[in-house]
Ligand binder design. Structure first.
Ligand code: ADP
Ligand code: MG
Length: 351
């Protein structure tokens, strides 16, 4: 047997490093939408507009009315590992923003054409950066940021081949915005596709669970909220040593054949988490039969030191320091909510 020829170890070129990193972050147009909306929320936006062409493959434009990026920092924004959100390990460990890795814009720019247009509150006008040419020019818009991403994967045809039809990609983009919208009723969202309004959810002026309820009705339909019960753990709403669970769960009758209305959030971030989904399932165990899937929008608030969000570049997974306490809290919250109508039934039966 012969050994493979040995090649020298070399540092990869910058562009290729970004393209490799982009593989983890940018799977399809919806991943870009998620990252850009994350950024808009981190910038304190109150209104976010997403415009798409060709299911997002031809164009994704996200406009916000947030703090903006000053002219001097526009080209920094698209550099790898460049961020305004953390500056130290201590800040990483208590991060409160959606972003912190400083990777998204660099990753997206390495697999698409990208332009930034931004104006801070103090600027007299906006500035525009064409990422490929590095050209910086004066532009026009109200304070806030617009980011345009064109021709996703134009330079990596192998990845472009994995994309589905425009309609499927559009559906994923809308789903990405829905996930944000459910957690932020205080922010208005609009999605346009091919010049037509696909979805619009106006900012809700109500605080707390009332706001969430209104937004759930707007996004998932009145039907969802009419057949849902509020979740609250601890029952008095107090913060149990930095752990709180709130939200809504559908009554057993509202369960679906598909798991397409299961929204879990940790400190405002949409997550896919086995601890949470298992705890919900456990609470539903004796009231749901067969393959019926519960519906819920569940928000876990936990002290940032007790959860690691830096597990995966997309941050859709988190790691709890003590997953048992989270499991317990979620199960208790859902148990208690489901017990309310059941207690009512029991009283009727006894009468
Ligand atoms: P991260 O969000 O992890 O910091 P990004 O690559 O997504 O990394 O963004 C880099 C930086 O660009 C951010 O830290 C932020 O300062 C700035 N930025 C990006 N998008 C916006 C926006 N919509 N409004 C204001 N600043 C933004
Ligand atoms: Mg970001």
């Amino acid at each position: 047997t012969s050994l493979p020829p040995r090649r020298p170890i070399r540092e990869l070129p910058d562009e290729l490093i970004s393209q490799i990193a982009a593989g983890e972050v940018v799977e399809r147009p919806a991943s870009v939408v998620r990252e850009l909306v994350d950024n808009a929320l981190d910038a304190g936006a109150k209104q976010i507009t997403v415009r798409l062409l060709g299911g997002g493959v031809r164009l994704i434009a996200v406009e916000d009315d947030g703090v903006g990026i000053p002219q001097a920092e526009l080209s920094q924004a698209v550099k790898r590992h460049a961020t305004s959100k953390i500056a130290s390990l201590a800040e990483l460990e208590s991060v409160g923003t959606m972003g912190f890795r400083g990777e998204a814009l660099a990753a997206i720019a390495s697999v698409a054409e990208m332009g930034l247009l931004s104006r801070t509150q103090g600027d007299g006008h906006a500035w525009q950066l064409d990422v490929r040419s590095g050209e910086l020019a004066p532009g026009a818009r109200s304070p806030g940021t617009s980011i345009e991403v064109r021709e996703l994967f134009y330079a990596t045809p192998a990845r472009r081949k994995f994309l589905k039809s425009d309609n499927t990609e559009l559906a994923h983009c809308i789903e990405a915005v829905r996930r944000h919208a459910l957690a932020r009723p205080d922010v208005g969202f609009a999605i346009w596709h091919e010049g037509k309004l696909s979805a619009q959810w106006r900012a809700v002026p109500l605080p707390g669970l009332d706001g969430i309820a209104r937004r759930l009705a707007d996004v998932l339909g009145e039907d969802f909220i009419e057949r849902a019960v509020p979740l609250m753990w601890p029952a008095d709403g107090s913060d149990a040593r930095g752990l709180r669970v709130s939200g809504f769960a559908g009554i057993p009758d509202a369960a679906r054949s598909r798991a397409d209305q299961q929204f879990a959030y940790v400190n405002g971030r949409f997550v896919r988490d086995k601890v949470i989904s298992h705890a919900v399932r456990a609470a539903f165990d004796d009231v749901l039969h067969g393959q019926r899937q519960p519906v819920y929008a569940l928000f876990v608030e936990i002290a940032p030191e007790r959860v690691d969000v830096n597990v995966h570049p997309t941050k859709i997974e988190v790691r709890f320091r003590d997953s048992r306490e989270v499991h317990h809290a979620v199960q208790k919250a859902v148990d208690a909510a489901l017990a309310v109508p059941r207690a009512g039934q029991a009283a009727e039966a006894g009468a």
